[in-house]
Design a protein around this ligand. Structure first.
Ligand SMILES: Nc1ncnc2c1ncn2[C@@H]1O[C@H](COP(=O)(O)OP(=O)(O)OP(=O)(O)O)[C@@H](O)[C@H]1O
Length: 483
């Protein structure tokens, strides 16, 4: 996708072809992580008077490209088109990078994090270890994972389900003082935890360029730890992790049942918190529900602010679709289609974006506007899969959270009312929101009989009519599940 329309089709084809050859050259000159971080997100805008104009999605990125890669890009252009003697970068916020074969390559590839190259300007920030007064030479690039330039606060749409997490993220990003430590973000898959963490990194780095900001997944943390053991270099592993100002670890659930990584994580975490360095953690569940994680870690994870991103509500889904659709003005998508998608694809935002991208690709290929009928046909499989996609496991976790009881109590045989009623509510919701049979539901609730589930469903049905407080609770929970 080029951002501005060129004068005619032939020119467009030439420009496109040259641009992809320029990208091809850069791809061979740099390693994947540099290419994906800095060049892949660029779009070609136009070639005017011998100057190739490219758009970057953020100011930070534009500046970084100008100071670090301008010569290499200029050379690549000159090799492909002798008439191009200069280059220029402009900032266009909110557009999506072209030809993104893979939306989240960096997080998905654990090994990519080990010893990978630059995300942030080198040599900045504190190089002093906390546990040791000897200066250590540490480069952020040695352990941080690449950041996706599209994941910024500007491109994050805020709604009821994510407003707390968003506000907390902004507070952390915009301040050097530590207000709540750690910030713990949790949600089901594809609801924006990684997006928010990257946004914090970009914003914090832009506001306080001297700070050492490091983002990586728990998996990458583990690989680096293991490799430091293998190469008998645990001292420098400890030193580099303890020298950061802001450490973000994504998907912490990955280190469940991994004892030695947890041990190391525990010490890193404590050292940073003790020295008032900000720590941000994300996971797919709340600290108390992190099975396989040591109790001493779980309790510390809850010390600061725990912010939950709920499943999306209709308005947020529509807002996200409108924002994404605006980024491709050349493809016409009616409000009716966007509203239909927002109503139908409720599982998570990654799938919602995927649905829209498929429609855009389809419309571009067949050259016709997107209609509702076409949408239903093209997305048949996805729409079917989105019917009642809530899992019993998720219902149990949400209900336990909502009523402030432990998940293990919800699944236990305890009959105390403050546990038994939420359990009945969870069984009721499992029946309403999933396609599971009563015996299946019973099995997932600690091996109970199907008659117990049937009784719970009937009981809650009755109570909904007479107990207005319970009715409100259930309506709230239903909203959480996007129904
Ligand atoms: N509020 C939002 N506004 C705009 N885009 C969003 C929002 N929330 C999520 N997205 C988009 O949805 C996709 C999935 O988000 P992300 O990867 O951050 O989810 P996640 O919660 O980290 O998922 P996982 O648990 O799988 O790691 C990304 O492309 C992200 O940009």
């Amino acid at each position: 996708m080029t951002v501005a329309a060129p004068q005619n089709d032939i020119m467009e084809t030439n420009m496109e072809a040259e641009w992809s050859r320029v990208l091809g050259r850069l791809r061979t000159e740099f390693d994947d992580s540099v290419f994906n971080s800095w060049f892949k997100p660029l779009a070609l805008v136009n070639i005017e008077d011998g100057c190739a104009i490219m758009a970057a999605p953020t100011r930070f990125m534009r500046n970084w490209l100008e100071s670090n890669y301008a010569d290499r890009i200029r050379n690549a252009w000159a090799t492909e088109n002798a008439l191009v003697s200069d280059i220029n970068f402009i900032v266009m916020t909110g557009f999506t990078a072209p030809a993104a074969e893979d939306n989240r390559p960096q997080q998905a590839a654990p090994s990519a994090a080990v010893g990978r190259s630059a995300d942030f300007p080198r040599g900045s920030g504190n190089t002093q270890s906390l546990s040791d007064s000897r200066p250590v030479e540490v480069k952020d690039s040695e352990f941080g994972a690449p950041l996706d330039p599209r994941f910024t606060f500007e491109s994050f749409v805020v709604g009821k389900s994510n407003e707390l997490a968003y506000a907390a993220a902004r507070r952390v990003a915009e301040n050097e003082d530590v207000h709540f430590n750690p910030l713990f973000l949790h949600s089901g898959v594809g609801l924006g935890k990684t997006h928010l963490m990257h946004a914090i990194a970009w914003a914090n780095k832009e506001r306080f360029p001297h700070r050492r900001v490091v983002y990586l997944s728990a998996e990458q943390f583990m690989y680096q730890f293991i490799s430091s053991i293998r190469y008998k270099d645990t001292m420098s592993f400890k030193q580099k992790f303890r020298s950061v100002d802001l450490l973000m670890i994504d998907d912490l659930q990955f280190i469940a049942n991994k004892q030695s990584t947890q041990e190391e994580f525990f010490h890193t975490f404590n050292a940073l918190i003790d020295h008032r360095r900000q720590v941000i953690i994300s996971a797919d569940r709340s600290p108390t529900d992190m099975e396989g994680i040591e109790e001493r870690i779980r309790s510390r994870l809850g010390w600061g602010l725990v912010a939950d991103i709920h499943p999306t509500e209709y308005e947020l889904r529509l807002g996200i679709l409108q924002q994404k659709a605006n980024q491709v003005p050349e493809v016409e998508i009616s409000n009716q289609v966007l509203e239909f998608l927002a109503r139908s694809v409720t599982s998570n935002i990654r799938e919602l974006e995927g649905a829209l991208n498929r429609m855009i690709a389809h419309a571009t290929l067949i050259g016709r506007p997107i209609t509702l009928e076409m949408t239903k046909e093209v997305l048949q499989d996805l729409l079917r899969a989105n019917v009642r996609r809530v899992s019993i496991d998720e219902i149990q976790r949400r209900v336990a959270d909502y009523f402030n009881i432990r998940l293990s109590d919800l699944l236990s045989s305890r009959r105390a009312r403050q546990v038994a009623r939420p359990r009945q509510v969870a069984m009721y919701l499992a029946k309403q929101l999933t396609a599971k049979s009563l015996p299946d539901i019973g099995r997932q609730f600690g091996g109970r009989d199907h008659t117990t589930v049937m009784h719970a469903v009937k009981r809650i049905d009755q109570l909904r009519l007479t107990d207005s407080v319970l009715e409100e609770d259930i309506q709230h929970l239903e909203r959480i599940f996007g129904t």
